[in-house]
Design a protein around this ligand. Structure first.
Ligand code: ADP
Ligand code: MG
Length: 289
C-alpha cells in the first residue's frame, strides 16, 4: 500500500496545481538533478509577434499574401502570428496548394504555380545560402533574440520574417531556484542558436539550439545517462522528449498529446510551480525514508 506520506504529498502537489500521476512519479521528481526545458510556450509565453518583414522581390503586400497563403492551416504559433499580422494589415492570404509542414524547419506550398518555401534561418539548405549581405542582416535580427525565417520563391530569396516571443513571468526565478537546489537547467530548442543564446543568457541557463524534434530526444537521452532528468514542454513535438526523460512534465495549457504523455502536469501553466513541486517531492520522500 502507498505510504501515507506519499498520499499526502500527492494531495499537497494537487493543491498547488501540479497533477502527479502516482507515487513513482513523485519519487522520481524528488531525485531530479537536471531539467530540460522546451523554449517556445514553456520558457516563453508561446505567443510570438511579427516584428520584421524585409522584402527582396516585389512589394510587401504581395509578399505577405503569398507567404501567409502557405502558412494558413498550420497550427504552428509562428504561422498563426504571421497570418494574423497579414490580415490585420487588410491583406488576404492567397490560395495555396500542396501545403506541407517540415517539422522543426518550416513550411512550403504553391501559389499561382510558384513554389514558396519558408525555412528557419539556421536550416537553409546549402543550395539556398544567402549572400553575405542578406546573411548579415538576418544574423543581426536573430541577435536581438528573434526567430528568423527566410522565404523563397522558386528557390530565390523572397524576403525575411522575424518574430519575437516574450519570456514567461517566472522563468528567470524558476531557473535560479532550481540552481539553488543544485539542479541544472538546459534549454532545448529548434530555434536558431543566436536567439536561443540571447534568451538562455538572460535566464542564466545552458542551451542546445537548431534541434529537430528527434535531436531533442537524443539530448534528453544523453543527459539521462548521467542524471535523473525531467523534460518540461507543451507541444506535440515535445512528447517524444518527455517520454525519453525520467519525468515528463507538461505545461497545463499544452496540447492533449503533451498532457497525455506527461507524468506530471502544471495545471496553472506557471513555470514557477516547478521548483515548488520538486521541493515538495523532496520533503515528502524524506518523510518516507
Ligand atoms: P521549437 O523548438 O521552438 O518548438 P520548432 O521545432 O517548431 O521550434 O521549429 C524550429 C524552427 O523552424 C522555428 O524556430 C522556425 O524558425 C522554423 N519553423 C517551424 N515551423 C514554422 C512555420 N510554420 N513557419 C515559419 N517557420 C517555422
Ligand atoms: Mg515547441
Amino acid at each position: 500500500s502507498t505510504p501515507a506520506a506519499i498520499t499526502s504529498g500527492l494531495a499537497a502537489a494537487t493543491r498547488r496545481g501540479a497533477l502527479i500521476k502516482g507515487g513513482a512519479a513523485l519519487e522520481a521528481l524528488s531525485k531530479v538533478d537536471a531539467v530540460a526545458f522546451d523554449k517556445t510556450g514553456t520558457l516563453t509565453q508561446g505567443k510570438p509577434e511579427v516584428t520584421d518583414i524585409i522584402v527582396w522581390k516585389g512589394e510587401e503586400d504581395a509578399f505577405l499574401a503569398n507567404v501567409s497563403g502557405i502558412e494558413v492551416g498550420s497550427h504552428h504559433p509562428l504561422a498563426t502570428a504571421l497570418v494574423s499580422h497579414t490580415k490585420q494589415l487588410g491583406i488576404t492570404p492567397r490560395h495555396a496548394e500542396n501545403r506541407n509542414a517540415q517539422a522543426g524547419e518550416g513550411v512550403s506550398g504553391n501559389v499561382d504555380g510558384k513554389h514558396i518555401q519558408v525555412i528557419a534561418l539556421d536550416k537553409l539548405p546549402v543550395t539556398m545560402k544567402l549572400t553575405q549581405k542578406k546573411q548579415s542582416i538576418a544574423d543581426g535580427i536573430a541577435a536581438q533574440g528573434k526567430t528568423v525565417a527566410i522565404a523563397y520563391v522558386d528557390q530565390e530569396p523572397f524576403g525575411l520574417i522575424a518574430w519575437r516571443d516574450v519570456l514567461r513571468e517566472g522563468a528567470q526565478s524558476s531557473v535560479s531556484a532550481l540552481s539553488q537546489m543544485g539542479i541544472q537547467s538546459i534549454m532545448l530548442t529548434g530555434d536558431n542558436a543566436t536567439a536561443a543564446s540571447a534568451m538562455a543568457g538572460k535566464l542564466g541557463m545552458g542551451f542546445r539550439a537548431s534541434l529537430y524534434p528527434e535531436h531533442k530526444v537524443a539530448e534528453v537521452e544523453k543527459l539521462a545517462r548521467q542524471q535523473t532528468v525531467a523534460m518540461i514542454g507543451d507541444g506535440i513535438n515535445d512528447a517524444p522528449a518527455m517520454k525519453a526523460a525520467t519525468v515528463g512534465i507538461a505545461m497545463g495549457s499544452g496540447t492533449d498529446v503533451a498532457l497525455e504523455t506527461a507524468d506530471i502536469s502544471l495545471s496553472h501553466s506557471r513555470i514557477e510551480d516547478l521548483p515548488e513541486v520538486i521541493g515538495l517531492a523532496k520533503a515528502t520522500m524524506s518523510n518516507v525514508r
